[in-house]
Design a protein around this ligand. Structure first.
Ligand SMILES: C[S@@+](CC[C@H](N)C(=O)[O-])C[C@H]1O[C@@H](n2cnc3c(N)ncnc32)[C@H](O)[C@@H]1O
Length: 211
């Protein structure tokens, strides 16, 4: 099927070509998008759980939002605080004529709760500032349905998070991020309201099912 609209560069591309274009753009402009391994698990999770509505924190150029929506037409709400990323994501979503299914909220996710507070989500995908994962989780999981899924990317952060013996060799800022992710990782695994598994795939992903 061909992509139908908007930007001339994106006209008449197959979905595969469209995805490749987005990946090339991400590579050229150093936009961190989900790695193929993490995406494969994300897609399988969607196929298994069949979420009607997904909240994504961290849109970037809309790559994962588009990929998540495409599988079974899940409605996506996705939050992005960077104006350039937001504009690029909007352009990509418009190129696919998906503005009615993929809603992009231009805000800091820590200030966007009111925009979605009346909605329920079957899945939450956390993929934004790593130091804030715990805050995102605490803020948005009250909107998660029973048996809903929280999927987090970058949980192992280049393998640094669980390698505590090496923390002293990291720069202060990277060590801080690793510590925060480790604290979040431990909190998730000990949270009795969720069944969590962490997978060493892509940059490390966690899947937590609300019990
Ligand atoms: C890893 S990228 C998202 C990649 C995207 N999910 C994908 O795989 O295609 C993280 C994005 O989150 C955004 N971000 C970081 N912290 C945020 C926050 N507190 N609120 C909203 N967006 C945030 C960044 O600007 C960046 O575009």
């Amino acid at each position: 099927m061909a992509v139908q609209d908007a930007d001339t560069n994106l006209l008449n591309l197959s979905f595969n070509e469209f995805d490749l274009k987005l990946k090339e753009y991400a590579k050229e402009f150093n936009v961190p998008i989900i790695k193929d391994g993490g995406l494969a698990l994300l897609e399988q999770t969607i196929m298994l759980k069949r979420p009607k509505r997904i909240l994504e924190i961290g849109t970037a150029i809309g790559y994962s939002a588009i990929r998540m929506n495409r599988l079974i037409g899940s409605e996506i709400y996705t939050i992005e605080r960077n104006i350039d990323m937001y504009n690029e994501a909007l352009k990509n979503v418009k190129a696919l004529n998906k503005e009615n299914e993929i809603h992009i909220i231009f805000k800091d996710a820590l200030e966007a709760f009111d925009d979605v507070k009346n909605l329920e989500f079957d899945m939450i995908f956390i993929d934004a500032a790593k130091a804030q994962y715990m805050k995102f989780f605490n803020l948005y999981t009250p909107l998660l349905t029973k048996n809903g899924v929280v999927f987090c990317d970058n949980m192992l952060f280049h393998g640094l998070v669980l390698d505590e013996a090496n923390y002293d060799n990291l720069s202060r800022s990277v060590r801080g991020l690793a510590r925060k992710l480790k604290a979040f990782h431990d909190e998730l695994l000990s949270n009795k309201d969720y069944k969590t598994s962490v997978f060493d795939i892509g940059d490390g992903v966690s899947i937590s099912i609300k019990l």
